[in-house]
Design a protein around this ligand. Structure first.
Ligand code: GLN
Length: 600
């Protein structure tokens, strides 16, 4: 039976058959190939970085790639997760709140993703339960196998149809052996059987320990954990070994022997100074050629595309590595102990740093420790300050003090979302003389609510998935600093995740006192970018958006570009000493307003 016939015979659940593989219309078996990446031994190995690097080197060959992350938790999205435990919540253009790995995919692939690229157990189970209520299972008892696994397979094939991808990259969250992801593993096992071996490639990421006391690499935990994958019915085609230093031949031989995988398909993936180095590391090891061979993709690739993509990427690495102007950026926050909660900010600073040749050093400052008495001392060696997004009232006073200080002393400032709201509060209090100014998020009964709930938010109950979310266009004032950073464009698309806004009632008063709202929603009085004119401050800019979410190595986000340049000036570097990177494919700046998927 051809794989097409097999698939057709499996698409209906009836009383007579155990098979159940709902398939979206237009699905053509064999058109899309699948690479599935599993993590073994432990989490935190950089599975997302690995999968996205692998997807990138395939994309470089001219192939269309579509990643999907399968998360085991029951939350329907990542919006209600604490960034302190799980890392930042990444928001996609269509408003999906997802895992930070999706940010890695977008940056590596320079591609906007959407809700089809992210699935949780919460989503899978709710759609199975909805279908059961709708009578869609034809009298059957609804089971983990085949119905829940069928739903997973459906999601993967829907992504294939929607993107017409040559290769779908499936990243299974968690580690092999977890209860939560066991049914995802079962689903891909079934699906590999249905699609046929030429269409599926299994990659296991494993970890080679190097205990200090022994001083050598040991492969036993990896061997034992790879056995778990075999027990689940999956024999990996490729094994990538994470380790702090390059994995020795002896260790790779052991892995090959115990896991039944040819030696030339066991690769080392050791630590590096930037995640963007990983694609070339994988290519150097030959993983791309192995995947092309296993999936029979040779006829679809284009060597010319690959050469130019490689060159542009190598240029990025060269600029990142040769950056020589040291500059120190202070990040004032609450989750300062977990860098994953600020992953995209760190990345966006790296991109803008590579663009200007700046070696960006980060200083983490807990706002709860900042007071009027110590702020000057704390900020004395800092060339620019970021107040990032946040919720609640903890540490607000310290942030206000900090913003007052940088505003009064001409230190470059970039406020992101909450960092814009707090800048407005500080300005209202200390410049407009509105001593009681605050946000109703911080002080619900505050007499001067310069920041207040968005009108549509006043009707909402519950906390999941109902903020103002996703990509929106921002209309820019023609003569503003932000417009000039966007090469004179009149609009910029950014991603949002907020409930509160600048209270329209106070806009005029604030502007009369010298703060300029230079970016607004085109159709609503929602203030989206603010700045102080160049004549009164070298760089003071904030936005209601999260510009860090749309920064890419090959397209540094304009606000970060302007901010890092201002910080370089603050550190004493003159503009003449700077040579910005002219990126050959002309995407050096964010192209404003690419796709409008969200209604204004
Ligand atoms: N807490 C603020 C709001 O909901 C800011 C949110 C954020 O920084 N993402 O509007």
């Amino acid at each position: 039976m051809s794989s097409e016939q097999t698939l057709q015979s499996l698409t209906h659940a009836t009383e007579e058959t155990e098979f159940f593989t709902p398939t979206p219309s237009g699905y053509k078996p064999g058109q899309t190939k699948y690479v599935v990446v599993f993590g073994t031994v432990m989490s935190g190995l950089g599975k997302g970085i690995f999968s996205s690097s692998l997807a990138k080197i395939m994309q470089d060959k001219g192939l269309t790639v579509a990643p999907i992350k399968l998360e085991g938790y029951l939350n329907r999205d990542s919006g209600t997760l604490n960034p302190y435990r799980h890392g930042e919540v990444f928001v996609l253009d269509d408003g999906m709140e997802c895992d930070m790995d999706l940010g890695t995919y977008e940056r590596m692939l320079n591609q906007d993703l959407g809700r089809l690229n992210f699935t949780t157990s919460g989503q899978i189970f709710s759609s199975v339960l909805d279908k059961e209520r709708a009578g869609r299972y034809l009298g059957r008892d609804v089971q983990m196998i085949p119905h829940v696994t069928g739903e997973v397979k459906l999601r993967l094939r829907e992504l294939a149809v929607a993107t017409e991808a040559d290769v779908v990259f499936v990243e299974i969250g968690g580690t092999v052996g977890d209860v939560e992801n066991a049914y995802f593993i079962e689903a891909v096992r079934e699906m590999a059987f249905e699609e046929g071996p030429a269409n599926f490639c299994f990659v296991a990421l494993t970890y080679i320990v190097e205990p200090q006391i022994l001083g050598e690499q040991k492969s036993k935990p990896a061997q034992l954990n790879l056995k778990l994958l075999n027990a689940a019915g999956i024999h990996p085609n490729i094994i990538a070994c994470r380790a702090s230093s390059p994995v020795t031949r002896k260790v790779r031989e052991k892995i090959a022997l115990f896991a039944n995988v040819p030696m030339e398909r066991v690769f080392s993936m050791h630590d590096s100074d930037s995640v963007y180095v990983i694609p070339e590391m994988l290519r150097g090891a030959g993983i791309d050629a192995t995947v092309v061979e296993l999936l029979g993709l040779a006829g679809r690739i284009n060597p010319d595309t690959e050469e130019s993509a490689r060159k542009t990427w190598a240029d990025y690495i060269t600029h990142f590595r040769s950056a020589e102007h040291p500059v120190t950026i202070g990040i004032i926050g609450k989750y300062t102990s977990v860098r994953d909660s600020y992953a995209s900010i760190i990345q966006s600073l790296e991109h803008a740093g590579a663009y200007w040749g700046a070696k960006v050093r980060l200083e983490w400052i807990d706002s709860s420790d900042l007071t009027e008495a110590n702020v000057a001392e704390r900020l004395k060696d800092i060339h620019g300050v970021i107040v990032p997004g946040g919720f609640g009232f903890r540490g607000v006073d310290g942030k206000i003090e900090c913003i007052r200080y940088v505003r009064e002393h001409g230190i470059p400032y970039l406020g992101l979302c909450y960092g814009m709201q707090i800048a407005v509060i500080e300005f209202a209090r200390n410049v407009c003389g509105l001593a009681d100014a605050s946000s109703t998020e911080i002080e619900p009964d505050c007499p001067t609510p310069v920041i207040d709930l968005l009108p549509e938010q006043k009707k909402i109950e519950g906390l999941g998935g109902n903020m103002r979310l996703g990509g929106f266009d921002v209309a820019l004032n023609p003569d503003s600093e932000i417009a000039s950073l966007c090469d004179g464009s009149d609009h910029l698309r950014m991603r949002f995740r907020h409930r509160y806004e600048v209270n329209p009632h106070y806009i005029e008063e604030i502007e009369q006192n010298g703060l300029v709202f230079s970016g607004r929603s085109p159709n609503h009085p929602i203030m989206q970018v603010l700045e102080l004119p160049k004549s009164s401050h070298p760089f003071f800019m904030a936005t209601q958006a999260h510009p860090e979410l749309t920064g890419r190595p090959l397209r540094p986000q304009p606000m970060f570009v302007g901010f890092v340049q201002a910080a370089l000036r603050q550190s004493g570097i003159s503009d003449d000493a700077l040579e910005p990177w002219v990126i050959e494919n002309n995407h050096s700046r964010q192209v404003p307003g690419e796709t409008a998927t969200n209604a204004q």
